[in-house]
Design a protein. Structure first.
Length: 254
């Protein structure tokens, strides 16, 4: 079966290697699956989020309708497999979160209600126990950005830029000095190395790091390939799904 045959198709995500996740909806609700580069559905077990690829493998994990717990499927072997080994260290680890809580939140007289890791040497924090507004500080507690953002998402670039979200849900980009490097005029921003996938006035587009438009805001959805970037972009416009390159030329995959 081809993904184009799905009546309730909602989106096709960016390819990572030979495979991509699609999202759809049927009478029982939303679900996800996996397709190959021919558009053939290689895993369609009525999957509920998360349908996540285990990096560097052909293995996806998800909840499956009618089956309890997480299940792991190797799309190359076309069979369910045992849970793959994934060692989580550093800022993603439970131990790290516990250490931060003990050092900053649980300490007597602490002003912090929450502290979490942004990068290897930067932390996000909030001081209000009710309002979830965050700032940025160093590992030793030096406050660099006062709490004022609803979300803070590190770009993981050498310039230490962060996608941040104001309480009014508008996205922009700041540096560690608090300078705005991209204005707060976007409804969504997603950093992809040397460009952003953005949403403005209800439409998706792609901009460079300075805000120059690379792909105009004419699309319902855009999902660049994780491997090929702007050379292969999953697009949706006027209800139609297709693939384009950086020149907005159609790329025939499906």
């Amino acid at each position: 079966m081809n993904v184009r045959d799905i009546k309730g198709l909602r989106s096709i995500m960016g390819f990572e290697g030979e495979y991509a996740v699609f999202k759809a909806k049927d009478s029982e609700g939303p679900y996800q699956g996996v397709i190959n580069r021919k558009g053939e559905i290689v895993w369609d077990a009525k999957l509920f989020p998360p349908t996540l690829r285990v990096r560097g493998t052909n293995i996806y994990m998800s909840c499956v309708r009618g089956k309890k717990g997480l299940h792991y499927y190797d799309v190359a072997l076309q069979q369910y497999v045992e849970k793959p080994e994934r060692k989580i260290e550093g800022r993603d680890s439970y131990e790290d979160m516990k250490e931060l809580d003990a050092k900053w939140v649980e300490k007597e007289g602490s002003i912090f209600s929450e502290v979490g890791r942004l990068t290897d040497n930067l932390l996000k924090f909030r001081t209000d126990k009710i309002e979830e507004i965050y700032g940025i500080m160093t590992e030793d507690g030096k406050i660099l950005i006062e709490p004022q953002y609803k979300y803070i998402i590190p770009n993981n670039d050498s310039a230490n830029h962060f996608v941040v979200v104001l309480p009014n849900d508008m996205y922009g980009v700041i540096d560690l000095k608090g300078n705005t490097t991209l204005p707060f005029e976007y409804e969504h921003l997603f950093f992809r190395g040397n460009f952003y996938v953005a949403r403005k006035d209800g439409k998706a587009g792609i901009i460079d790091l300075e805000g120059n438009i690379l792909i105009p805001f004419d699309y319902e959805a855009l999902h660049p390939s994780y491997d090929e970037g702007l050379n292969l972009i999953s697009a949706k416009k006027d209800g139609e799904f297709f693939f384009i390159n950086s020149k907005q030329e159609r790329v025939e995959l499906l």
